[in-house]
Design a protein around this ligand. Structure first.
Ligand SMILES: C[S@@+](CC[C@H](N)C(=O)[O-])C[C@H]1O[C@@H](n2cnc3c(N)ncnc32)[C@H](O)[C@@H]1O
Length: 258
């Protein structure tokens, strides 16, 4: 049996640690929002990974944020090749539905073929200005790198349409290139400030806005404004809190000094 010297032993012990840290460096932790924003490496925000779909490397994190449940109904607007629809299908199960909406007829036909074994995915053709779905029918409306494709000046109307289609407790989720990063790299994205303005105009409130490290893409999660009722006016007592719950007894009425 050959003997291991102390140098070899050290190498053997540190190899797995090195591999684990390299894996983490190449695929930054999925719990994006729990990472420190402190810049420990000036290159940490640079774009990495797949040239066409860098945000796909963050799918675990994105799926965690979506938190889909069995029975959920999702509309994937601009579903493309159905990559996301296939991921969502696992979470919503056979009793859920993924409407894979596309304006491109060829893509719809391709999805129908490639996703035939997943009946909860329903590829269908849409107009450029509507999902064609009934009111109150979806838990999530999802855009991945397709929001900027909506008709010019039609974004607010589209978000208003989604306000009807998405259930009152539902969400709109938008993965989009943040055009203020990778400066000079074209316009295939949406300024975050623009998106927020459009969302507000259509009565949506962003509950999460986050740049996903190494992708130049952000995730925006919007919920309906009606979930945020007005705060009580200053100086006025909160009508709910000020209501006496029981009649005070005599001891409670008497002040300590009387
Ligand atoms: C860059 S691809 C993204 C595909 C897919 N969502 C993904 O992230 O892998 C943009 C997709 O949006 C579709 N699209 C373009 N205009 C659209 C519109 N008005 N409504 C919905 N989808 C649209 C295109 O046909 C294309 O498949």
């Amino acid at each position: 049996m050959s003997h291991i010297n102390s140098n070899q032993l050290h190498r053997l012990l540190t190899a797995p640690v090195l591999i684990a840290s390299l894996t983490l460096a190449l695929h930054p932790a999925s719990a994006e929002s729990t990472l420190s924003t402190r810049i420990s490496d000036a290159k940490q925000h640079r774009r990495q990974g797949d040239k066409k779909y860098p945000y796909r490397a963050k799918s675990d994190y994105i799926l965690k944020e979506l938190d889909l449940h069995a029975d959920d109904v999702v509309v994937d607007i601009g579903a493309g090749d159905g990559w996301w629809a296939e991921k969502f299908a696992k979470f919503v199960g056979k009793s859920g539905v993924i409407h894979a909406a596309e304006v491109d007829k060829k893509k719809v036909e391709q999805m129908k073929k490639s996703l035939a074994k997943t009946p909860q995915i329903k590829p269908y053709l849409i107009e450029t200005d509507s999902t064609g779905l009934p009111e109150n029918s979806c838990d999530v409306a999802f855009f991945s790198q397709s929001y900027h494709h909506l008709n010019k000046d039609g974004h607010v109307d589209y978000l208003k349409h989604l306000h009807k289609v998405v259930k009152p407790t539902g969400r709109v989720v938008i993965i989009e290139k943040y055009t203020e990063t990778g400066l000079g790299e074209g316009t295939h994205g949406t300024r975050l400030s623009r998106l927020v303005r459009q969302a507000e105009e259509a009565a949506w409130v962003p509950v999460r806005l986050e740049l996903m490290t190494g992708t130049y893409h952000y995730i925006a999660i919007l919920t309906q404004q009606e979930l945020f009722p007005p705060e009580p006016k200053r100086g006025k007592k909160d009508p709910v809190k000020s209501k006496p719950t029981k009649k005070p007894n005599e001891k409670e009425i008497r002040s300590p000094r009387s």
